[in-house]
Design a protein around this ligand. Structure first.
Ligand code: PEP
Ligand code: MN
Length: 344
């Protein structure tokens, strides 16, 4: 249930509503919108919910009460109709300026990461990606540089000013990763690792939540709800391709998910064309499609020598190709009323 207060509601009226929410055995989450306050009511719903909604709707200062049948309440569009802005340093995700997150799949070395960071920045990226803890299908494959990788990412941030997005796979690593990262990435394989979601919800850093390859849009929203119910509402949703019967590409980009997520939720949405296609040749087209469909940004893998990459080489764009894509993307961005990040 969501209680939408009148624009002229007095603080005392808001306090009374919050008080009744609590006395009724529910947890209130107050969204301080620019225009009005919206109070999300969280808790197990029973048969009394209609009666309770009627009671709230009669209280002074209340404009209306919306019963949300979906189980995701904090993530639902109705709980924050204006849309959430996720702030990462000087970058705002979810506003008119696109989030262009780029960098290697894995941090492989200091030199590789620093040079790639400089190159993606020069091409127009406003955030840096790079994995220090890698979720690999094989336990024998490169697992990432761990702490050393995080230190390299922090140095790349210092040199370029680009905030760092990096994956955390294990609740035990959250404190360490949060010390270096600006955005904690939850990988597709961990989208339903509910303990991990709860712990990142407590970490107080923005979260980039990737959709599991076998998960529905509504599962993704429930995963976001896990993070948000711990008090962290700074969540970015990421479509990164789903498993279908189609095998000409690694996964299938669910482009539908972009407008659907924007309709169902107030959280920013980005698309990962690299993992979604698994093939650098298709990355530019899917990047353009994502922005045209209304995504708030993209996360793209870039490598200066894809043939030598220690993970995901076949889907990595060389820096020059990434720069050409960025130059091209401005036209699409303008056509849908968005802006590319300012360079430099
Ligand atoms: C990644 O971003 O490098 C990654 C492993 O992505 P995903 O979790 O979407 O497979
Ligand atoms: Mn990758």
């Amino acid at each position: 249930m969501v209680i939408i207060m009148r624009t002229d509601a007095r603080q005392q009226e808001i306090d009374h509503v919050i008080d009744l929410v609590q006395r009724s055995g529910f947890q209130p989450f107050v969204n301080h919108g620019v225009e009005r306050k919206v109070i999300a009511v969280i808790g197990a719903m029973d048969a009394d919910k209609v009666q309770l909604a009627d009671r709230f709707s009669l209280m002074p200062g209340v404009e209306r009460v919306a019963l949300i049948s979906e189980p995701y309440k904090l993530a639902a569009r109705a709980s924050h109709p204006g849309g959430t802005l996720v702030r990462v340093g000087a970058v705002t995700i979810g506003g008119p300026t696109l989030a262009i997150i780029a960098g290697p799949c894995s941090v492989e070395s200091r030199q590789q990461t620093l040079s790639t960071a400089e190159e993606v920045k020069a091409a127009g990226a406003n955030l840096l990606r790079g994995g220090a803890f890698k979720p690999r299908t094989s336990p024998y494959a490169f697992q990432g540089l761990g702490r050393e990788g995080l230190e390299i990412l922090a140095e790349a941030r210092e040199r370029t000013g680009l905030p760092v997005v990096t994956e955390v796979m294990d609740p035990h690593d959250i404190t360490l990763v949060a010390k270096y990262a600006d955005v904690l990435q939850i990988g597709a394989r961990n989208m339903q690792n509910f303990r991990l979601l709860q712990r990142v919800g407590e970490a107080g850093k923005p979260v980039l939540l990737k959709r599991g390859a076998g998960c529905k849009v509504k599962d993704l929203l429930m995963a976001a709800e896990y993070v948000m119910s711990e008090g962290n509402h700074q969540v970015i949703l990421c479509e990164r391709g789903i498993t279908t019967f189609e095998d000409t590409t690694r996964y299938t980009t669910d482009i539908n998910a972009v407008p659907v997520l924007k309709a169902l939720s107030h959280l920013p949405v980005v698309v990962d064309p690299s993992h979604a296609t698994g093939d650098w040749r298709y990355v530019p087209a899917i990047t353009r499609a994502a922005i045209a469909a209304g995504a708030d940004g993209v996360i793209v893998e870039v490598h200066h020598n894809p043939a030598e990459a220690r993970s995901d080489g076949p889907q990595a764009l060389e820096p020059a190709r990434f720069a050409a894509l960025m130059a091209d993307l401005g036209k699409i961005a303008r056509a849908v009323g968005r802006r590319m990040p300012r360079k430099g």
